[in-house]
Design a protein around this ligand. Sequence first.
Ligand code: GLN
Length: 494
Amino acid sequence: MTDLTKLKISEARDALRKGDVSSVDLTEACLAAIDKADALGAFVHKTPEIAMTQAKSADARIKAGDAPDLCGIPLGIKDLFCTKGVPSQAASAILNGFKPEYESTVTSQLFDAGAVMLGKLNMDEFAMGSSNETSTYGNAINPWRRGNDDTALTPGGSSGGSASAVAADLCLGATGTDTGGSIRQPAAFTGITGIKPTYGRCSRWGIVAFASSLDQAGPMTKDVRDAAIMLEAMCGHDPKDSTSADLAVPNFEAMLTGDIKGKVIGIPREYRMDGMPEEIEALWSEGRKMLEDAGAQIRDISLPHTKYALPAYYVIAPAEASSNLARYDGVRYGHRAKLAQGDGITEMYEKTRAEGFGKEVQRRVMVGTYVLSAGFYDAYYNRARKVRTLIKKDFEDVFAQGVDAILTPATPSSAFELGKQHTDPVEMYLNDVFTVTVNLAGLPGIAVPTGLDKQGLPMGLQLIGRPWEEGDLLNTAYALEQAAGFVAKPTQWW
Ligand code: GLN
């Protein structure tokens, strides 16, 4: 079998079970591809020994007839997940040298299912960013380019390393996390699929916290079927996370029939933004037509509080981040600044945090502390929480009127140049305009690659589903994927 790294999870699973390929072969092929792809900056800690040990035991397990779907499948893990004994830095200098004593629930579930860890993947520092440029390791690069133009483009963020690695066939799938769009935006920028499940579907235990009421883990994969397979292994109730839901996890893959006849798809008018590129607008209309041709009923809907979502998110997320990041004090984890004679504990905190946190993280801590301060708490934080409730209610209202899923663009543009938007934080925040509403409302959302723009870059559409109905959402995404027939791949230059 050639080109093992190009296999999808479903294909590799079937080949492994038939004995056509071994996990050791698959893993070696991925490790070789990773070593050739340093230019992409996707993998930041490679774990070949762990991978080979896991691959051998997966092969033994498969031989013994015990082969869960992910048994023997090589994956990449976002650096935000704590992996036992393996550097887990959230792409921050403040966690330099930190090797957790424990394994996150999501990664333990994946490894219990037999998955193989190839290494840790690049990301924005503490998952704050939309371009992977805030990473202490330096940015990951998008394997896609504009035709023959060799300008380096962002893979998106914060899960930029995950997106780049999956799109470049360095691994068969990857974990991501999504607080405001960090699975869906990079998926859209790299022509892959990414789903953020309902808040509470995946345990957050052992995932470095950014904004706890918004953070969710999810899979980033080559297609919708793989997303269904990987999501099933990642989710489930965990007593160690009080916000994880005690609900049965369905067999998501079995729900992929492609039959969406009679489903009602809402098209929210507020997502038609001024200055949105025509190509995104056209893609959205095509998506609408594809779902209609597949038998869905299209309905124009209104989500009136959408325009307040971005400002509300950029109050709530930094507020929670400033509180979560208070633990990086130079005592408990990672980096501690060198102190001068006479320095006390205050100086230790100040110097450590000034050295360890990058600019964007410092900005969020400042904003968060400000909006939570006694004088401004009501004006900012409480107001943002009220807006959040209204945004959630907008969705509840349309779902109550019979809408099954909502179709929107995933991003306001295709992948942009590295080094351009980084200078203006607000411009960078605008990337999340279509995705943050979903986190604020705790809903499941999926990005599906649907077309290429004039420059040959992938563009994606987003489908938003009802809470806990990821199976139904994945099925609608599957119908869209089949209609769109997106098969393009980046040309290898790395
Ligand atoms: N880009 C958004 C932010 O910077 C979302 C990040 C995320 O989802 N982790 O906050």
